[in-house]
Design a binder for this molecule. Structure first.
Ligand code: CU
Length: 145
C-alpha cells in the first residue's frame, strides 16, 4: 500500500512534535531552604530540564542576594565536603537534579524583600547565551514540604 504524500507529511509532523516534547530548557520545582542561622548560607535546589541541544549552566545570578555559587557535595575519605562548580552540564532532553547531598546552589545574603515575598527571583545563564528567569520558593528550614 502506498500512502498519499499528504498523509506522510502529516505523520512526519506528528512525529516531529512528539520528539520535541519535553526538550525545553527550563528549571522546575526550584526551592531555597533558608538557613535558620543568620549569616550562614542557604541552599537552593531545582530540576534543570535540558533543551534541544546539550548546554551547560554557567552561572546563576539574583538581584536579591549578596552572593550565589554552584556547589557539589562529595564524599572524600568518609568526609562530606563541598566543591565549587564552574558549570553544570545539562544534556539535551535530560533532567539534572540539584538536590541535597549533590549539586546545589549556595546562597548568601538573601534580601528581606525576597524573604517576605517567599520567592527568590534568579536568572539561570547557559553556555548558549540562553537566560531563564525563575522564581524559587523560599522555605524556612524545618518547614513541612
Ligand atoms: Cu554548598
Amino acid at each position: 500500500m502506498k500512502l498519499p504524500s499528504f498523509v506522510i507529511a502529516a505523520l512526519a509532523a506528528l512525529i516531529l512534535t512528539a520528539c520535541g516534547q519535553g526538550d525545553i530548557l527550563n528549571a522546575k520545582n526550584a526551592v531555597v531552604n533558608l538557613s535558620p542561622v543568620e549569616g550562614n548560607p542557604s541552599a537552593g535546589y531545582m530540576n534543570l530540564t535540558g533543551g534541544p541541544v546539550d548546554v551547560e549552566l554557567v552561572g546563576v545570578t539574583s538581584d536579591d542576594v549578596l552572593r550565589m555559587e554552584m556547589h557539589e557535595t562529595v564524599e572524600e575519605n568518609g568526609m562530606s565536603m563541598m566543591n565549587k562548580l564552574k558549570s553544570i552540564s545539562v544534556p539535551s532532553g535530560k533532567t539534572v537534579k540539584l538536590q541535597p547531598g549533590g549539586k546545589h546552589l549556595m546562597i548568601w545574603g538573601i534580601g528581606e524583600g525576597a524573604k517576605k515575598r517567599g520567592l527568590l527571583t534568579m536568572t539561570l545563564i547557559y553556555s548558549n547565551d540562553d537566560r531563564i528567569k525563575i522564581d524559587a520558593v523560599i522555605k524556612k528550614m524545618g518547614a513541612a514540604e
